[in-house]
Design a protein around this ligand. Structure first.
Ligand code: CMC
Length: 431
């Protein structure tokens, strides 16, 4: 927190205003500019939100220079080492770690909300077999609005809670059904005797004609990945959920909007793009040539899985995932996985290269996550869906925080208009 004071002066008119500075518990202060339009008749201009805090939030804190990530104050390293995804989801939603009874009750509720309405399952049949699963997941999530409208009174706290639990509970079932549709296998119902990640793997990989046992190592690896992906403050998809939700729309529709935003390669779609990139590079000997193409400003090739808007040091999640990649591949007998070898060499070369050093570009969470998903047998088109399952916890927590805030307002950005000025319509026959 600083004691700096800011003043806005119009040098033409001499009119000045003191700008209020707001301090959070940690992190940089923000300047409250909400009275600018009223007092000065101007807006601020900040495409891409380079220096704009769109909201106050108590959920997640990132210090991009120090490489720090805290969920409700708890360092990601501690949660990754000692917690599990459902406990982390509870923490994100409620603000505090649960005691044993609270965790039991939360786990019970999530486990009992995993089923999908059978009519909803029929919607999958409308998709072509090669539809991208993210398209299906976004559409089915939005369709939940047509099934659970009886409990989506956003002004009722109990309704909000039921919505939150349903979202976290049903998204693995929705994802698994999308996967089964793409491979032409029958849908597998959730099993309430399994933990969250084991159940997800069961729904993905079991078939009705034989028994399937979930490998606990796979479930554990997935759980860790889900913890790391669970929230990341005002990222593009979370900001989308908040923006859509700020209109008071059906919350499932708001989450579906978040899924669509996540799909882009600059955001959650990067994990799939990293695998495409590694396959295109093909061999360690091609790394220098590939990096030359990345650095060529005339081209549009990016080193996928590198760079982050907030982290200008390392991404702490990438550090955990890199180590986890070593462990998981070794345990699965894939220690010499060629894609991992290639990724390591690519990272090493980029981290020594002045292009990446001068721009503070480091590997992000998506650089290694796809390699682990692939080793667990999860197909590439499902990587971003995995991200969506985990991020559902964060989306729901942010939606909840916004809707429960008595000062909640519709998000309505302004613009710098650069189009045609007023002119008269000319009918086509007179042109
Ligand atoms: N490869 C090559 N150059 C890059 C990269 C990259 N991955 N990322 C940034 N740069 C360069 C960019 O060309 C620019 O250079 P210059 O100053 O010469 O014009 C400079 O670094 C700043 O880049 P920017 O695009 O202005 O930065 P940004 O904060 O707007 O973008 C980013 C952040 C994540 C979209 C970008 O780094 C990127 O496209 N990375 C690859 C995609 C990726 O891995 N996305 C996953 C992000 S982490 C998971 C998540 O949050 O979803």
């Amino acid at each position: 927190m600083s004691n700096d004071k800011y003043q806005l002066s119009n040098l033409t008119t001499g009119k000045t205003s003191d700008l209020e500075t707001l301090s959070g518990t940690v992190g940089p202060d923000v300047i409250n500019i909400s009275s600018l339009w009223r007092d000065h008749g101007v807006f601020t201009f900040d495409p891409g939100f380079m220096a704009t805090a769109s909201t106050a939030s108590r959920i997640t804190f990132i210090d991009g220079d120090a490489g720090t990530l805290l969920y409700r104050g708890y360092p990601i390293e501690q949660l990754a080492a000692q917690s599990h995804f459902l406990e982390v989801s509870y923490l994100l939603l409620k603000g505090e770690l649960p005691d044993a009874a609270e965790l039991d009750s939360f786990t019970h509720s999530i486990t009992r909300h995993t089923m999908l309405n059978a009519a909803l399952l029929r919607l999958y049949g409308g998709f072509h077999h090669d539809a991208h699963p993210m398209a299906m997941v976004a559409a089915i999530l939005a369709s939940l609005a047509a099934f659970y409208h009886d409990t989506t009174n956003i002004h009722d706290d109990r309704h909000r809670e039921i919505f939150s639990h349903r979202m976290i509970a049903k998204i693995p079932t929705i994802a698994a059904a999308a996967y089964k549709h793409t491979v032409g296998q029958p849908f597998i119902y959730p099993r309430n005797d399994l933990d969250y990640c084991s159940n997800m793997l069961h729904m993905f990989f079991a078939v009705p004609c034989e028994s399937y046992t979930v490998d606990p190592l796979h479930a554990k690896a997935l759980d860790l990945l889900f913890i790391l992906h669970a929230d990341h403050e005002q990222n593009a998809s979370t900001a989308t959920v908040r923006l859509a939700g700020s209109t008071g729309c059906n919350p499932y529709a708001a989450i579906s909007a978040g899924v669509s935003a996540l799909w882009g390669p600059a955001h959650g779609g990067a994990n799939e793009a990293v695998l495409d990139m590694l396959e295109k590079i093909g061999d360690v000997s091609h790394v220098p040539e590939f990096l030359t193409r990345v650095k060529d400003k005339a081209g549009s090739v990016r080193l996928m899985g590198f760079g982050h808007r907030v982290y200008k040091n390392f991404d702490p999640r990438a550090t955990i995932i890199r180590e986890m990649c070593h462990q998981v591949l070794a345990k699965l007998g894939q220690a010499n996985n060629p894609l991992f070898e290639l990724a390591l060499r690519l990272e090493e070369s980029a981290l020594k290269d002045d292009y990446f050093i001068s721009r503070k570009l480091y590997p992000n969470i998506d650089f290694y996550s796809g390699i682990i998903y692939l080793a667990l047998g999860i197909p590439r088109s499902m990587f971003t869906v995995m991200f969506a399952i985990a991020r559902s916890a964060g989306w729901v927590a942010h939606w909840y925080e916004m809707i429960a805030d008595p000062e909640w307002k519709i998000a309505r950005p302004r613009q710098l208009y650069t189009g045609a000025v007023k002119r008269d319509y000319v009918p086509v026959k007179k042109c």
